[in-house]
Design a protein around this ligand. Structure first.
Ligand code: KG4
Ligand code: ZN
Length: 319
């Protein structure tokens, strides 16, 4: 039984996952409401809230799974990439807990965690496949050969904004709430995706670019009066989302991959899922940040012994 801990951004999450990939508990305490007034995550507020939420979230996970700390075999924690302060809260908590119990600690890369959302029951996907990892901070096309992170090769990435960032910034331009992806997804259902023709960036290889698209939306919005924007908002959201989805689908097609998997927050997008009916998408609850995927990755990460992990550090960026 592995205890997973995730605090890289604004979700405080604790999960219990068995070695066979069965999820015994996956509690996600979202801080979204706390950050909504600021239109984005405020790192310092996120760190402080993780500190308040971690212990009760752990208690709730244990209660839901009907387990005690005595039944744990190991701890897995996100060490990066993410907000450094937020990560340090999770890493310190995990170290203290593991050390007090004499348990091994697996330092998990958050991006590997997203891929490992595919290895949980009942999906339990087996490599090889090509994975599109689309989140608020990252856009990666990965050639996945093994379940270990070393078995994932990067085929392409974004040259500027991440796909989720494009959704969030677009939502802000449209005057929608935070987090923006869900809001655009919902509003787009009532709009015409062909009302505006937003550009799909042409970049060499299998890389992505979303900053031009964001600028195109800015120009479209700038030309509208407040009343016009209110009337066209759903069409703008639908057309903008359609351009992001087109960009992602085109790259997947260009990769020539036969077996495609989708993970990360943007993989929850309804148009993206519908546009790729053959693709294997992570279950909705496992797309956005959660600790079950981190515990899952813990199964494929070399765990450290107590004398090895006391000096373990977090890292903000993978570059
Ligand atoms: O994976 P995630 O929870 O956190 C990161 O690791 O970044 O992804 C969050 C991102 C946000 O940008 C959010 O707007 C986006 O995922 N997102 C969506 C949807 N749900 C979440 N984007 C498009 N459509 C959705 N339904
Ligand atoms: Zn994430």
């Amino acid at each position: 039984m592995i205890l997973g801990i995730e605090t890289s951004c604004d979700e405080t999450s604790v999960a219990l996952v068995a070695d066979d990939g069965a999820i015994h508990a996956n509690v996600v305490a979202s801080q979204a409401e706390l950050h909504a007034p600021y239109g984005g995550v405020v790192p310092e507020i996120a760190s402080r809230r993780h500190l308040e939420l971690l212990a009760p979230t752990l208690e709730e996970a244990l209660a839901r799974a009907g387990l005690t700390l005595d039944e744990l075999d190991g701890v897995a924690v996100t060490v990066g990439p993410g907000l450094i302060g937020a990560l340090l809260v999770g890493v310190s908590f995990a170290k203290a807990l593991a050390y007090a119990r004499g348990l091994p600690l697996a330092p998990v890369n958050h991006l590997h965690g997203h891929v490992c959302s595919l290895y949980l029951a009942p999906l339990a996907l087996e490599p090889p496949f090509v994975c599109l990892l689309v989140s608020g901070g990252h856009t990666l096309l990965l050639d996945v050969r093994e379940r270990e992170w070393s078995g994932c090769r990067r085929l392409g990435t974004t040259l500027d904004d991440a796909a989720g960032e494009a959704f969030d910034k677009g939502a802000r331009l449209l005057g929608l709430g935070y987090p923006g992806g869900v809001e655009i997804d919902r509003l787009a259902q009532t709009g015409d995706r062909f009302a505006y023709r937003f550009p799909v960036a042409r970049v060499p290889g299998l890389d992505f670019s979303f900053s031009g698209l964001k600028t195109a939306l800015l120009y479209a919005v700038r030309d509208l009066s407040r009343e016009q924007l209110a009337r066209r908002r759903a069409d703008l959201a639908a057309s903008y989302q359609h351009a992001i989805v087109r960009a992602l689908v085109e790259r997947l097609e260009a990769s020539g991959a036969e077996r495609i998997a989708l993970v990360g927050g943007v993989a929850a997008n309804s148009e993206l899922r519908a546009a790729l009916p053959e693709a294997i998408a992570a279950p909705l609850a496992l797309c956005t940040d959660n600790a079950a995927m981190i515990a899952s990755a813990g199964r494929y990460t070399v765990a450290l012994r107590p004398d090895e992990y006391l000096a373990l550090d977090a890292f903000a960026s993978s570059a």
